[in-house]
Each structure stands twice: as structure tokens, then as C-alpha cells.
Design a protein around this ligand. Sequence first.
Ligand SMILES: Nc1nc2c(c(=O)[nH]1)N[C@H]1C(S)=C(S)[C@@H](COP(=O)(O)O)O[C@H]1N2
Ligand SMILES: [Mo]
Length: 436
Amino acid sequence: MDDREFDLEPALREVPERDAGSERDAEPRDSGRRGFLKAAGIAALGTAVAVPFARFFPEGLQPVGLAHAQGADMDAYAFKDQLTLLNDRPINAETAAHLLDDRVTPANRLFIRNNGNVPEHALEGDASGWTLTVDGEVDTPLELTLDDLKSNFETVTRQLVLECGGNGRAFFVPGASGNQWTTGAVGCPEWTGVRMRDVLNAAGVKPSAVYTGHYGNDPHLSGDPDKVPISRGVPIEKALEEDALIAWAMNGEDLPPIHGFPLRTVVPGYPGSASQKWLTRIWVRDQVHDGPKMGGYSYRLPAYPVAPGTEVPEDDMVVMTTMPVKSLITSPATGTQLGGRIVEVRGHAWADGDVASVHVSHDFGQTWQEAELEKPVNRYAWQHFTARIPLPQAGYYEIWARATDTQGRTQPVTTPGWNPRGYGNNMVHRIAVLAS
Ligand SMILES: Nc1nc2c(c(=O)[nH]1)N[C@H]1C(S)=C(S)[C@@H](COP(=O)(O)O)O[C@H]1N2
Ligand SMILES: [Mo]
């Protein structure tokens, strides 16, 4: 086969330019600088950041936020392999589908979703004195060192899918503000840590416990030390599931600085925002957690179906919980010119639970063929599929993939339930190929 790339995927590239970085409840607004990034490249960033009254700063001093904008976070990002940078402050980057072809996502291909800056200690790889506090609705509040976690609890290693709740946002019409994720805010690395439930049980969960509240120590973009960029949590039953982890390693290595070094939660099946990076505290709550980005329109969906573009009252928004069934074609890359009329398709599928089947189509969903689907190596690992599709004649084809979970829920061929912030888009994944 001499597969080549061709430049023919107009239908798949209809992603409008939008206010890339802003989240309406983020203060200050995440700066959307996509156009700028494209035009000038990252190298020019340092000089392009305008600081009013900069001449009044004492020499050699600069505001914390600016120090980050000028490179520290970008240095922590530098090891990434060909990710698409959607925003540089905070850093948000996704991964093209064909770069997610590995069975286990390598650290340098995992998307990044930051709401604030990368903390200093993480940038320096310094975990000395790190503790995790477990308090709130527990019998015995705990303060655990990394060594406590590693030696007092059973260590477990699991492949777990991490996906941002806003993955697929770019395809909603009308669009939603926020990072314009297409399909690449997802990955399935192998995580090592302890079960969150073992730690919670060691503290003794009181009957009054309803929810967890997770805290990290990433600085707010404003530089205000009293502000928390994001603190979310999950219903206590979810936290007590055996697959929810407190992890210190990814793919057998310490967590990379940008992914939460030295400690994070990994709560599979839920929006990625439940997987708190740079974890310092789990506050067990007697009510639904009300930390930053638990309320308003953040990670919340209308309580009832709404017409696209509807202004939904805040009171009618409910917290998004489980992530929908989904799949991704990771080979061939979209834009491949096939050396013949057979396309060998490969990819992954995942759900909140197990995926029962994956089907592929070469004719815009008019006919579907069942793919070979592997069992997950463990619960919440993504499942690999392959299919060999004969194409009837030379020409342009779209290959679509559609996964169905064990409860019979399947991926829609168009965007599902429009919502103000563009969460939960699990429409079928499409790639374009040319057969010769
Ligand atoms: N402390 C902290 N944890 C965080 C975030 C953050 O901004 N700060 N972002 C969350 C969101 S929205 C997602 S999708 C995941 C992304 O994890 P990753 O950057 O390791 O891929 O981290 C979550 N945990
Ligand atoms: Mo996210």
C-alpha cells in the first residue's frame, strides 16, 4: 500500500472560529489568542503580552501570572508531541485522532485541560512535604504524605479513559464559548495509585456524606492566592466505586508536571474535571459540592431538552455526571489517499461501563458493518476495534464509527442535545479517505 495524504476534507473541517478560551465564569476571562498563535507562533508570546504600568514594576520582578505567560507553563508543555494548542493561558491542547493510535496513550500525546496555571512545585518536580488532607464528613480526618499513600494502601494500576466534558464542543451549532475541542480531549493512559475508596474508608465515611470536593493547588490566572481555578467533586457513591483512583503515576512514571504532579484523582466515566490535578484535599461534603465550576453553566446541562441557542435559566441547569458512549478512528489518518480499495480501520471505543459493539460505515451511515471489538483490559479502559472495509470504486469516502454500550445506547450521527456550554457531544467520528 502506498497511502498518501490528500487535502480533501472540507466537510470535516467546518469548525468556525470562536472565542476560543473564554469561560464566562472564569475571572479574568481565559485569554483567547488563537488567531494570534496562528499568525505569530508561540515564540513571540513573551514580547506580545501587554502589561499596563509595566514601567512601575521594580526591576527583576514580574507578576506571577505574567511569569507563567512568558514561558514556565509552555516549558512544561514542550514535551508534547504535535498536539494542537487551543489556548496558551491557561494551556489547553488536544490531540489529533491519528496521534491517539496507541493502545495506551503515551504521556506526550495526552490532551491538556488547565483552568489555572501549573503550580511552581510541579514545574520544579518538587514533591517534598506534599500532603493530602481528607476531611469533612469523616470520622477521622487524615493528613497523608505520599509515602503514607504508597505504603498504607493497596497500590493498583489501571488503564482509565480521561475525557474532557467539553470534548466535541466545536461541532455544536450555535457554538458555545470555551475551548473549541474537536475530538482530541480524550486519552487512556495507565494510571497507578490507590483506590479513593480505600482512603475514604480509612477516614471513615459518615452516613451524612453526599459528595466529594476535590482541591488542587494550581494558582488562579489572576494570581490572587485566595482564588481557586476549579474544584469539583463526585457523588459519594461514585467516589466509592473501585475504579476511582488517587494516582501518582502515569504509564509507570511520576505524573508529568502539567498533568498533576505529584498527585491527582482519576474518576473514569465522569467528565475529566472530576479528575483533580495537583491534589491537596478531598473534602467530604454533606451536600453537593459547591466549589468553583460546580455551579452556573460549568459542567452543567439543562434539566430538560432545549432548542439550540436557548438561554436557559441557571436554576434549570443540573450537574453533568456520566460521560456518553463514544469512539474514535485512529487509523488511517483523515486525509489518507489509499493505495487501493480496501480500508483497514482501527480505533478505540469507551463508555461509562463497557462497549458492546462498534459499527463502521463507508456510505454516510446508509449501511453499517460490525467491527472486531476487543474486551477492555479492565473496566473503564478503552476498547480497541478493527474493521476491514471494501470500497466499491475509486473516489471519496467518509468512514464513520459508531459505538454502542451494553445498555444499548449508541452514538448519534449528529450533535446530541444542544446545551449552553457544549458538553457531552458524542456524535459519530468521521474521517475522509480517497480510494484509488
Ligand atoms: N487542579 C486542577 N485539576 C484539573 C483541572 C484544572 O484546571 N486544575 N482541569 C480539569 C479538567 S476540566 C480536565 S478535562 C482534566 C484534564 O486532565 P489533563 O490535563 O491531565 O488531561 O483535568 C481536570 N483537573
Ligand atoms: Mo474538562
